[in-house]
Ligand binder design. Sequence first.
Ligand code: SAH
Ligand code: SF4
Length: 351
Amino acid sequence: MTITRYDPDREALGELLGGQPRYRLDQLWEGLYAQQAPLEQLTTLPKALRQQIADALPEALHEVIRRVSDRGDTVKYLWELADGARIETVLMVYPDRVTACVSSQAGCAMGCGFCATGQAGFTRQLTTGEIVEQVIRAARQARELGRRLGNVVFMGMGEPLANEAALWPAIERLHGAVGMSARHLTVSTVGLVPGIRHLADQPRPVNLAVSLHAANDALRDELVPINRRYPLDALMAACADYLTKKGRRLSFEWALIAGVNDRDADADELARLCRRLRLPAHVNLIPLNPTPGYPTVGSSLRRVHEFRDRLESLRVNATVRRNRGTEIDAACGQLAAGQPVSLGRRATGQR
Ligand code: SAH
Ligand code: SF4
């Protein structure tokens, strides 16, 4: 695997700089992370040194396409990596905040049928640098729009807790070097119990979102196949421990699928599940977004609101998530890097 610009930690970068004076490392580290500056703009560094770094540490992400939604408030990037694998990043600009939705893997092995990434299958793990660079690029774009990137959600392609080796250092880098508050970082998981348990032991208090979609094992086995390995009892126990240990916000994601998980009985079952956790969880509702490989459709907005009202009447906090980027296939579950991912490879020279 090519080592790219945002892969080395501070110590490794120091080694790479070799005999340079100490302050050069400070300048480089500050410039890359706190300022998120492109290397060529770090003019405090001598040109020859910049060239040496550029040669040793190429950028990881090569822009293939950038799509902007009609109103310009959602930007989706399709990136090609050094080996030809493709991933996507989405930048969402809201009146009160700017959020980047980043990928943690090229593809995904979890096989959720309703998700475009799941339909395309797994290509490979991303490195820490490939994850971090998505955030840096999004931060630069936000700055061009006169805004500051404040939030990162690991809700792009892939299952972050199936790539812990790259995820934890990436979170550390975003918190420590980029200076983002861990409270503004959210890891979304399909429900990998070991990963949730590790999250509870991490030093950084990031938020956890669990993609639930069903509150009984029979339906969840069908919608989210990994439920067969980590059924609801085990998942809820891990969530409860996480809440007790961290006291952080826990949210459940629920993509509403017409006639499948949007009935009154589903809301009642979900409310019962939420009450089993001693601390309150928050439910995020979103109508299922269309994907090529899944026959069922999302619930109507009216039904989504009825479902929310029913949960609220059962004393469960629920919000309807604003749906961003559907017209540019940038919404939840629609990221497939321009289908088909696994056939999309092509040889590229290294830059
Ligand atoms: N693998 C992680 C994170 C990436 S998926 C996870 O599953 O949580 C990000 C979110 O999009 C998850 O909540 C997922 O369930 C949801 N999602 C997937 N396909 C969707 C679709 N077609 N419509 C709406 N949400 C979807
Ligand atoms: Fe993977 Fe998440 Fe999509 Fe499931 S919903 S296939 S875990 S990316």
